[in-house]
Design a protein around this ligand. Sequence first.
Ligand code: SF4
Length: 236
Amino acid sequence: MFKNKKQAEAIVGTLSKPSKMPGYAYSTPAKRCLIGQKMRKVVGSMCAFCYALKGRYVFKNVQEAMEKRFASLTNDLWVEAMTYLIGKVKNPHFRWHDSGDIQGIWHLEKIVQVAKNLPQVSFWLPTREYAFVSEYIEKGGEVPSNLTIRLSALMMDGPAPVGIAQRLGLCVSGASKLGNFNCPSSKQGNKCGDCRKCWDKNEFAINYKKTLRCHPMLITICFVIFTFMFIKGLEK
Ligand code: SF4
């Protein structure tokens, strides 16, 4: 159906390429997350710390690209275009939503269909939309062997939804500021390197180390205040 990348990108936008990951990804705006919009207001929630609401993710061009992808989700050619683009990059690992989350069962069904179309690719879908995934599976929806769905914890240092995941035959992930993490990326320059645990269904639970970074604006304000106080001190 598609003769080149440009034609497929005209439908779904471009794939993203997070520097940490071994392959490509697909990101939509974090502010469009359904659960995330509510959880962001909860102190100590993972969404309150969301990396996709700061840094390069808020640059105008990045936001525009993510909005274009978001608008494309309901396009009838979305599955065909995504299948074409992911197949074209010939990378065995693909991550759904380094930013954003599924918007409904209809969205999950499309992701499942892309995975079925590309059995040679391993897909990883982290999500906090437990209800959509539960309903999809309870109604008989299939999760292909090359799609690892991880139900992500809602709270920092909080429990992952182990019970729901076990009932549905899925995996979980969480994050903590201190110990007990088994994601090695913090020890290898914030890169996955050779690790592919997130895509591996045999790794039931992954715990990421959460590094709390200062916003550049906060660093600048602190620097200006410190300089001002230093100069005032010299004048006395
Ligand atoms: S567990 Fe492995 S694959 Fe997952 S984010 Fe950490 S380094 Fe990457």
